[in-house]
Design a protein around this ligand. Structure first.
Ligand SMILES: CC(C)(COP(=O)(O)OP(=O)(O)OC[C@H]1O[C@@H](n2cnc3c(N)ncnc32)[C@H](O)[C@@H]1OP(=O)(O)O)[C@@H](O)C(=O)NCCC(=O)NCCS
Length: 205
């Protein structure tokens, strides 16, 4: 039987679920691959949620099951209306063994970004060595566009950043051929308050 998940704005979740998302953000194996390396405090997390409510350049959607229990998040940052682009970010708790859930959630967000928000390009910066992330990018048709050598400090060492990009036409042409598990259903993303306008300022497509 198909398992059903939904992508809900972090700002719409109740406080308990929002704090569960904080616990996920603070999982050691997630922090290892994120730009915010230290443990995030509850105050910092809640202040970020407050900022999200008013910030049209960011969207954070939490992956939840039918009990609204969070398992991870997919987000867009730096949404740029002029250039119709945004940076993608994502993380998934280690406490769920649902293979393909992240790939499927990202596919839903990519569809929403191109079809509803009107973006033309999505890009990411991936820490060198992040094989799980690399695999997902390949599966989802991203192209590796560059490598920034020895670019950031990660823990005790300097590492490089891999740059990935995906264009709307590449996605639309190739997405039908992607083999993501079809026993996982992600509900279509509901219109997001304040952020649901398309980039052109028109109502959703
Ligand atoms: C990156 C991250 C989200 C990937 O999570 P994930 O569990 O690998 O992602 P998915 O849910 O898509 O599952 C992928 C797995 O499902 C498998 N899978 C995907 N589609 C499948 C299919 N159609 N049939 C069978 N298996 C499938 C993949 O082979 C992979 O298996 P593996 O775990 O044995 O390698 C997770 O590792 C994470 O949160 N990392 C830390 C944060 C991070 O790096 N974020 C990205 C920053 S750029």
């Amino acid at each position: 039987m198909s398992k059903i998940y939904e992508l809900i704005p972090l700002t719409d979740l109740d406080r308990t679920a929002q704090l569960r998302v904080l616990n996920i953000r603070n999982e050691e194996f997630i922090r290892e691959w994120m730009f915010t390396e230290g443990v995030i405090s509850e105050a910092e997390h809640l202040a970020w949620i407050e900022r999200l409510k008013a910030d049209q350049s960011q969207i954070c959607l939490v992956i939840v099951d039918e009990h609204t229990c969070p398992f991870g998040a997919v987000n867009l940052k730096k949404i740029d209306k002029r250039h119709k682009s945004a940076e993608l970010g994502f993380y998934k708790t280690r406490n769920i063994n649902e293979k393909g859930l992240m790939a499927k959630s990202l596919a839903a967000l990519i569809d929403y970004s191109f079809d509803t928000l009107g973006l033309e390009k999505i890009y990411t910066e991936v820490f060198d060595g992040n094989l799980k992330s690399l695999n997902i990018h390949k599966m989802l048709l991203f192209t590796e566009e560059g490598f920034l050598r020895s670019h950031i400090v990660n823990g005790e060492k300097r590492i490089g950043l891999r740059l990935f990009g995906l264009l709307k036409n590449e996605w639309q042409k190739g997405k039908g051929r992607i083999n993501i598990r079809n026993d996982i259903t992600i509900h279509p993303i509901k219109r997001i308050n304040g952020e649901c306008d398309t980039i052109d300022g028109k109502d959703g497509v």
